[in-house]
Design a protein. Structure first.
Length: 239
């Protein structure tokens, strides 16, 4: 996790710049995930969302972690307001979460170079389960508190240590766990709302992405002119 003070709008624009527009509109992956034929079912109006996969302690961790990765600030809502935890929980119940989209036969390795691709026996559900448990155990040993109970500065320090592999876990590499957490947080903030995140299209509004609009011909020959219309979801809902 970067320690620089660059505004998150620039960070998110950089993320958007390297992702095809079809990815953001359809909810396909920024890395390997969220390319499921299933979408997270919306919670009933006025009813608090109940996680389908995560336990209560895991749910507290996910909420606390994504809030540090994309916090709300003066530019607008963050990951919590965009329902990113709901998105991640929903993905755990899809073929992606169960590892059904990958080749998952051996041999398995934990020490292969990144260019060799994913080499572990764990599916995303297991990466989260083992990773959260290991991170909470580390925090309790180091700070006498679970991750969700730490102050924001300490939470950010822990996430930075995960990213840079300064903490060692037994069941899953800390850096692998962090990479999935970060990628899924970005996906939940920027994918189409039909997949359970990006509530009210706040992520798209932040970076100026128009969503699943069908026709941009009137603007193709107007460079540097701001697009005047709000985003539209695949469902037809307008932001």
């Amino acid at each position: 996790m970067s320690q620089d003070k660059e505004p998150r709008r620039r960070f998110l624009r950089q993320v958007l710049a390297i992702v095809p527009a079809t990815t953001l509109a359809t909810g396909a992956t920024l890395t390997q995930s969220a390319c499921s034929s299933q979408s997270a079912a919306p919670a009933a109006s006025g009813q608090a969302y109940e996680p389908k996969y995560f336990t209560a302690d895991e749910w507290r961790f996910v909420n606390a972690a994504v809030d540090r990765l994309i916090p709300a600030d003066d530019l607008g809502p963050g990951a919590l307001q965009a329902d990113v935890p709901k998105f991640i929980d929903g993905q755990m119940e899809t073929p992606f979460g169960h590892g059904k989209l990958w080749y998952m036969q051996g041999p398995f390795h934990t020490d292969q170079p990144p260019e060799m691709g994913y080499q572990l026996s764990l599916v995303p559900r297991d990466i989260y389960r083992h990773g959260i448990a290991a991170c909470d155990a580390h925090c309790k040993k180091q700070y006498n508190k679970a991750f969700a109970d730490l102050d924001h500065a300490t939470q950010e320090a822990v996430l930075g240590d995960l990213e840079h592999a300064k903490i060692e876990f037994d069941a899953v590499p800390a850096r692998t766990f962090f990479s999935y957490l970060l990628a899924n947080t970005k996906e939940g903030f920027l994918s189409d709302p039909i997949h359970g995140g990006n509530k009210d299209m706040v992520g798209w509004k932040l970076v100026g992405f128009p969503g699943a609009r069908a026709d941009f011909m009137d603007w193709a020959d107007q460079p540097n002119v701001k697009y005047p219309y709000g985003p539209v979801s695949i469902s037809g809902k307008r932001g």
